[in-house]
Design a protein around this ligand. Structure first.
Ligand SMILES: Cc1cc2nc3c(=O)[nH]c(=O)nc-3n(C[C@H](O)[C@H](O)[C@H](O)COP(=O)(O)OP(=O)(O)OC[C@H]3O[C@@H](n4cnc5c(N)ncnc54)[C@H](O)[C@@H]3O)c2cc1C
Length: 350
């Protein structure tokens, strides 16, 4: 069995930032990624996706994008940027390696199993993304033939004529609703009143203000952090388009026999449904005792597992609001790298 000191599972922005943070303190690691190229998860999102964070707030370390840093990058700009970051920092990624099992040996090292290989490592860092495994609530009977998750939506050509129901009033649902409203009859189901904010304020990016007001540093267990977690704002002007050209319904209660029933007793017979209902990640491949909590979510504090040698990076609200965004991952990677380094030094000095 091959031995590597540190294995990172997942080579998106979080895995890359983590590998670079380790490299900066001379710790060697390898990234295992199930896909075939860097930037795949961005490239694979819907065609018109433009980030709500400007280039200045969408970068890793001080690595810049080409062009004006006030511009909003497209998903392909980010995919290219990550490829470029990986190349310029000379980071090692093994592609086509889906990790199917991580377990712990008696000597406390980890065994990492992919379809192609088995690796032993002293430390494992999970960077598989907070928005990777699509989630559809179990409130429908599959009676509507065209049903897809927003993760599989690409563009309007994919969607047949007729009434389209989009479920979910977050940034993704609203963006897709605005886009489809120019070609289709669109209905949007939202469970709570959205809070909309503009991308700029007094000539500055809203992220500049967030940064200055320390909003991106809000911690999950503070009163303001809790409030923001429960009601993420809609960023940009798509909701204005939606208000003018989309029929808005309350929370979807169920779809049965081709009819969608909403809170407040309204109903609709849609021809297609797009679920913009978010993601729920699957960590069932982590077979380490007590690594997951009762809900099968990582047991961790700020990305550090209670199990020695196991870490996470890129979780939503891992340390603060910015943790699940590109902008926040650099600081989180530095934090984890320092922790790993400290532990290794303690071990060496024993
Ligand atoms: C529609 C959408 C829009 C967003 N817009 C913004 C924005 O404007 N600004 C912003 O800052 N953030 C945005 N985000 C949030 C976040 O920045 C992205 O989700 C980003 O892709 C997260 O990066 P990541 O590296 O944590 O995960 P991912 O990019 O999802 O990468 C995870 C990697 O892990 C690999 N992987 C997963 N499971 C395994 C396994 N078992 N074995 C091996 N490899 C595995 C995958 O192949 C993938 O390469 C957006 C997210 C979504 C969904």
């Amino acid at each position: 069995m091959k031995y590597i000191d540190i294995v990172i599972v997942g080579g998106g922005q979080a895995g890359l930032a983590m590998a670079y943070a380790l490299k900066r303190i001379n710790l060697d690691c390898i990234i295992l990624d199930e896909n075939s190229e860097t930037g795949y998860s961005w490239r694979n999102r819907y065609d018109s996706l433009e980030l709500f964070t400007p280039k200045a707030y969408s970068r890793l370390y001080e690595h810049n994008y080409v062009g004006d840093e006030r511009e909003f990058p497209t998903k392909n700009d980010v995919a290219l940027y990550l490829k470029e970051f990986k190349k310029s920092k000379n980071l090692k990624v093994m592609y086509g390696e889906k990790v199917i099992k991580v377990s712990q040996k008696a000597n406390r090292n980890y065994t990492i199993v992919t379809h192609n290989s088995t690796i032993e490592a002293h430390q494992v860092i999970v960077a598989t993304g907070a928005f990777y495994t699509p989630f559809i609530p179990d409130i429908h009977d599959a009676s509507i033939p065209i049903t897809l998750h927003s993760a599989n939506y690409r563009n309007a050509n994919q969607i047949p004529e007729g009434k389209i129901l989009i479920v979910g009033g977050g940034n993704t649902g609203v963006q897709i609703a605005a886009e489809l409203s120019s070609t289709h009859e669109v209905h949007l189901s939202i469970s709570k009143e959205p809070k909309r904010i503009s991308t700029t304020l007094l000539g500055k990016s809203i992220f500049w203000w967030f940064d200055k007001l320390q909003i991106l540093k809000l911690k999950p267990n503070t009163i303001l952090g809790e409030k923001l977690r429960k009601a993420e704002p809609l960023i940009g002007h798509d909701f204005v388009t939606v208000l003018n050209s989309v029929s808005i319904h309350g929370k979807l209660e169920e779809i049965s026999n081709k009819v969608a029933y909403f809170k407040g007793k309204s109903s609709l017979e849609p021809d297609a449904v797009i679920w913009a209902t978010g993601y729920k990640n699957d960590y069932s491949w982590i077979k380490v005792e007590n690594a997951l909590d009762i809900d099968q979510k990582p047991n961790h504090h700020q990305g550090i597992s209670s199990i020695s040698g196991l870490y996470y990076i890129g979780l939503s609200w891992q340390r603060n609001r910015a943790s699940g965004l590109i902008h926040g991952v650099t600081e989180d990677a530095e934090f984890i790298a320092k922790h790993i380094d400290k532990n290794l030094n303690t071990r060496r000095n024993k």
